[in-house]
Ligand binder design. Structure first.
Ligand code: GLC
Ligand code: MG
Length: 584
């Protein structure tokens, strides 16, 4: 019996056959889950203030149900001065009034569950807002006091302590230290902020910090939340003595040539997550974590998802891979092998709220050697962008990603084929990167433009008629609204819906393994048992499809004409085929 055979190929023990990947009762749902990233400020605005909110999400749960995702991850919705889009949290146990109320949040969790969606929140443990009560207390307190010991305060170096305690730089540009003024008006200690000056780093050697975050996890788990995405999961622990870095570095990524980085990916973070896992496992119904950890290799990433640590982690090595068959095959193989060794499911992601939308990355010349850039400042100039090519590749990339073993992440708007908005007026830019880089890096606002739902002019149904979205929407959004794409079988939205519907019911998809098939140079072809094959043509030439295979879903028109059975796969196109089950 074929479906029965397929269970022996999964890495996680039995997957009940016949239920597909969409059965919400499965305890291991997260191993196959497609998680939709909901950037709350830009998803849907219920009250017309131009900023997305919980009421807006509740009004559009039907979109997520029809899309066929399994869970949502909601970016931070806590009270925040919004110095960094909500990643500056002032109170971890409440909801930002601009986004709604605690009651709205409770309704959303219930309604999402009733729709068959799990809900993951975003927890920000590396730093708080400078308006968090702990930091306000710390500023008012003496050097050496318990209030200051929750953060990383240090005396300055040099005469009068006028120089920063070390040479670390903020991810957003500029020094990672800011000097405070003491209550009596004299210059005082410095505090560490790996990100914006409004995001002071917590001191995770302090047991009070450890206890506080475990309590925050429980607070939301008790309210039915199914899990958390962990912000900057690789940054919490700093090297004793805070040694100089010695080189100029910028970004979230711990460099590959260094395994003793003073603040990225230090061994001590793993103890923290072992504690968090115990908290999650104390609940009868599964609670899960996904780590945002920008680390140097799949091996380093696998350490975060060992059996007693986190459940899953974003695969940024995949996001970073150029559109190149050999490079993709390498990263897929490495991912599957390293994660299988710790019995964690692979995950795949193309875009999120921090990187240039992949339509706009794939539409540019691809890196030949090494990782592909993902920030605007590092990408080839906009003059090299071919949006049509990027869109075609994005369709192929979607079929590739959803066919790979494990879980996948969709960033809101991926399903509409949204591109990076690269011509936002300077005065609209809100990402702190823009200011902190001295206006040299335009930052991440271009992937955060509010979603187009319907209509032919802004706000495109993002909010009530007169709403002015917090970032301006381009006129071109008229062609890609949900309403415009819904009835069009050739739209990106239709492709996503078809792919996710198949993924839910096809027993070969989701968690498991793959087998590479022989293929022409520049072509990826793999089988998944039972009876499924994915072929992606990244070469410049059409390639013949295996004879006699039934097309389940094609990313674009097949060549060879109907008489020839549409038997050729054009460049930058992917196809899902029903094939004979491999022996084994
Ligand atoms: C993560 C978030 C990013 C934020 C940063 C600081 O990388 O994804 O948006 O700016 O952490 O919290
Ligand atoms: Mg609003």
């Amino acid at each position: 019996m074929r479906t029965g055979e397929s269970t022996s190929t999964t890495m996680s023990g039995p997957v009940s056959s016949g239920t597909g990947n969409g059965d919400p009762q499965r305890a291991d749902w997260w191993r196959s889950a497609v998680v939709y990233q909901l950037y709350i400020r830009s998803f849907a605005d219920g009250d017309g203030d131009g900023i997305g909110d919980i009421t807006g999400i509740r009004a559009h749960l039907g979109h997520l149900r029809d899309l066929g995702v399994d869970a949502v991850w909601i970016n931070p919705w806590y009270p925040s001065p919004m110095a960094d889009g909500g990643y500056d949290v002032a109170d971890y146990r409440a909801v930002e009034p601009v986004f709604g109320t605690a009651a709205d949040a409770a309704l959303l969790v219930d309604e999402a569950h009733a729709t068959g969606l799990r809900v993951l929140l975003d927890i920000v443990p590396n730093h708080t807002s400078d308006r968090h009560s702990w930091f306000v207390e710390a500023l008012a307190a003496e050097p050496g006091s318990p209030a200051r010991a929750r953060y990383v305060f240090r005396p300055g170096r040099g005469a009068g302590g006028a120089q920063a305690p070390n040479d670390w730089r903020s991810v957003f540009g500029g020094p990672a230290w800011t000097r405070v003024t003491d209550p009596d008006g004299t210059p005082g200690e410095w505090y560490l902020h790996l990100f914006d000056v409004a995001q002071p780093d917590l001191d995770w050697t302090n047991p009070e910090v450890v206890a506080e975050f475990e309590s925050i996890l429980r607070f939301w788990f008790d309210r039915g939340v199914d899990g958390f995405r962990i912000d900057v999961a690789h940054g919490l622990v700093k090297a004793d003595g805070l040694p100089d870095l010695g080189v100029e570095e910028k970004g979230l990524l711990s460099p590959a040539d260094r395994d003793d980085h003073p603040f990225w990916d230090r061994d001590g973070v793993h103890d923290i997550y072992r504690g968090w896992r115990k908290v999650a496992d104390s609940y009868p119904e599964r609670r899960v974590f996904v780590a945002e950890a920008w680390v140097s290799s799949s091996h380093r990433l696998a350490r975060y998802v060992r059996p007693d640590e986190l459940h899953s982690a974003f695969n940024f090595h995949y996001l970073n891979t150029p559109w190149d068959a050999a490079a993709l095959r390498r990263v897929v193989d490495r991912t599957i092998a390293t994660l299988a060794a710790v019995d964690a499911p692979p995950t795949w992601v193309m875009s999120n709220h921090d990187v240039v939308r992949h339509v706009s990355r794939l539409g540019r010349p691809q890196a030949v050697d090494g990782p592909a850039p993902y920030s605007l400042a590092d990408l080839p100039p906009v003059e090299t962008l071919d949006l049509e090519l990027g869109t075609r590749r994005a369709r192929a990339a979607a079929l590739l990603m959803f066919a790979l073993p494990g879980g996948a992440y969709v960033y809101q708007g991926d399903e509409l084929g949204l591109w990076e908005v690269e011509d936002l007026p300077d005065r609209s830019l809100q990402d702190p990167t823009w200011e902190r880089s001295g206006h040299t890096d335009r930052g991440r606002d271009g992937c955060r433009v509010p979603l187009p739902w319907s209509g032919t002019a802004s706000p495109f149904g993002f909010g009530p008629a007169a709403t002015e979205p917090w970032l301006p929407q381009p006129a071109g959004f008229a062609d890609v609204t949900v309403a415009a794409q819904e009835g069009d079988p050739s739209s990106m939205l239709s492709l996503y819906r078809s792919a996710l519907a198949l993924r839910r019911t096809h027993p070969a998809l989701g968690d498991g393994t793959l087998t590479w098939l022989p293929s022409a140079p520049g072509v990826l072809a793999f089988a998944r048992d039972p009876g499924f094959t994915c072929v992606v043509n990244l070469s410049a030439y059409p390639v013949a499809l295996p004879a006699g295979a039934d097309v389940l879903l094609a990313g674009g028109p097949l060549a060879g004409g109907p008489l020839a059975g549409g038997s050729e796969l054009p460049p930058d196109t992917a196809v899902w085929l029903a094939t004979d089950t491999l022996d084994g």
